[in-house]
Design a protein around this ligand. Sequence first.
Ligand code: ATP
Ligand code: FE2
Length: 321
Amino acid sequence: MLCIGFEGTAHTIGAGVVDDDKILVNESKVFHPESGIHPREAANFHAKHIADVFRDALEKAKIGPKEIELVAFSQGPGLGPCLRTVATGARALSLSLKKPIIGVNHCIAHLEIGRHTTKCKDPVLLYVSGGNTQVISFSNKRYRVFGETLDIGIGNMLDKFGRLLNMPFPAGPEIERLARKGRLISLPYSIKGMDVSFSGILTAAKNLIEQEKKENLCYSLQETCFAMLTEVTERAMAHLDKNEILLGGGVASNKRFQEMVNNMATARGAKLFVPKQEYCVDNGAMIALTGLIMYKSGIRMKIEDTEIKQRFRTDDVEVRW
Ligand code: ATP
Ligand code: FE2
């Protein structure tokens, strides 16, 4: 069964095509603002490029529009204007082709594509992107959030800090590069129960910009925040008695991050799975894959059910597959 999936929760507009469990194509275009992401500007970018990624995806998959059997799209969580733009495109396509439509939870899609491409079975997902920071795992019929950020996403925090140092957006890769030459200075370590927060650390680092070397600030930001996330993930694994960790989100491409999580995994006799970069970041293939899995499990949506959900919770979805 052929399914096309559209991703558009934040700065990426993507279209992916899957044929049952085969990923045929994964096309995307990324909006690169000069500083932070403005929801309406990102939505305009999506409106301008959704037809391009659609056409490119079909061309590369060597299929015509009539062969599509299911249309999936990212229903949330994300930025309202972006979600609305992509949902409108998906609805129009579904109605014009007279094919079913299905809205997909973006966080669950990260987990499903990770499971599919790395072959892990029942992982604890550590999902670290621009807007999201969550520790997710399956328990009692749902993917549940065991820990998350109480304020901003880790990638957002890194980007905000990078902007203060005049780094290009997104700042994660440049912070990683500078951190290699830094040493540790003390920053607040902020865990509350199973949750983390980053804005206090960001303020503390900001207040040190005049007096500390930027390499030291970058190194210490990474060490402190990554240690917090590793700790919460380890606690989730211990409580749930799970022995697989899956990474997702753009921050997961950070090598020091992978190393720290891997050290924890090895110490527990657990295994770390890191999807390819193109499947770690936001992408259309993960939406197509998850939409198809949902459809095959019997889930159906009418057009009226496809309204966007800016704050779509991971555990709102009953996992029937
Ligand atoms: P979301 O998935 O929450 O909708 P997003 O679209 O911003 O958000 P991604 O494309 O998954 O997320 O990731 C982008 C983020 O990843 C940016 O904040 C960027 O700074 C960060 N990032 C990218 N590479 C690295 C790296 N090497 N080290 C740290 N952070 C990184
Ligand atoms: Fe994402």
